[in-house]
Design a protein around this ligand. Structure first.
Ligand code: GLP
Length: 260
């Protein structure tokens, strides 16, 4: 796992956007894995800017969302499909239907999970997965206790995650749906390359576990240690509990976004 630490979220967003841009320019038919949450928003804003100012095109690119709340209609402003439409798709030139997410209103949720998992495989798999991390170490909605071999499924959110996400629901944790559909940890590990963005001290403990802790369902993001091509992009606050910081600083400084 590579660690890149930069002073601000804007610096991190530029590095991640550089990577997305290089991939999409080289391989327009790239498949992107797209996270919701606030962490990747600056990356999405940067991609929209590059589309407008430099003609970066996503016309042949496809995208798969990580997760979705159960029971929120697609048009609800906080459904993840709606958030992604607003934050990314509307400002870019994706073909209609090129960005998909699991349907949290499906009549048969288990069948929907299987269908979604299959649609990722059918698209050839995810080339570059963009991730955030929850303060309890979740990735997508794989909460502590998730099987490290899990696939797309129905999951219950922890009270901690509902409290964390209450800011999108008028600060009312009870208004945050209690169940969701989420890609599993093994589904995420199938991506060819993974970049994870974390900022702020609230993420520091989860980040330290993910990068340096023992692999454990207690901190689901630790499973990323099993992937051979992951870079974690951090600001100093999120990096504050890392123990071998000197090494990350040295490698991250000399080779930039993708230390080799
Ligand atoms: C949310 C999402 C995750 C996201 C994480 C962190 O609940 N399901 O995909 O990465 O929690 O969110 P944020 O970036 O807003 O801190």
């Amino acid at each position: 796992m590579h660690v890149v630490i930069r002073p601000t979220a804007t610096d991190l967003a530029r590095l991640v956007a550089d990577e997305v841009e290089a991939l999409v320019r080289d391989h327009p038919a790239t498949v992107l894995g797209l996270a919701t949450g606030s962490s990747p928003l600056a990356v999405y804003a940067e991609l929209r800017r590059r589309h407008q100012e430099r003609g970066l095109s996503f016309a042949s690119t496809r995208g798969f969302l990580l997760d979705e709340y159960v029971g929120l209609p697609r048009v609800h402003p906080q459904s993840y499909r709606s958030v992604m439409e607003r934050e990314l798709v509307a400002g870019l030139d994706f073909a209609d239907g090129a960005v998909r997410g699991p349907d949290g209103t499906a009549a048969d949720l288990d069948a929907e999970c299987a269908r979604y998992e299959h649609s990722i495989v059918e698209a050839g798999g995810v080339d570059l997965q963009i991730l955030g991390i929850g303060s309890n170490g979740h990735v997508a909605f794989n909460e502590p206790g998730s099987s490290l071999a899990s696939r797309t499924r129905v999951e219950r959110l922890t009270p901690q995650t509902r409290r964390d996400n209450a800011r999108f629901f008028d600060d009312d944790p009870d208004a945050v749906p209690a169940t969701c559909l989420t890609q599993g940890l093994a589904t995420i590990l199938d991506a060819r390359r993974i970049v994870l963005i974390a900022t702020g001290k609230k993420k520091a403990r989860a980040v330290a576990q993910m990068v340096e802790g023992p692999v454990s369902a207690r901190w689901p993001a630790t499973v990323l240690q099993w992937h051979t091509d992951v870079t974690v992009f951090l600001d100093p606050a999120a990096a504050q509990h890392l123990e071998v910081r000197e090494r990350y600083d040295e490698v991250g400084r000399s080779v930039g976004a993708r230390p080799r």
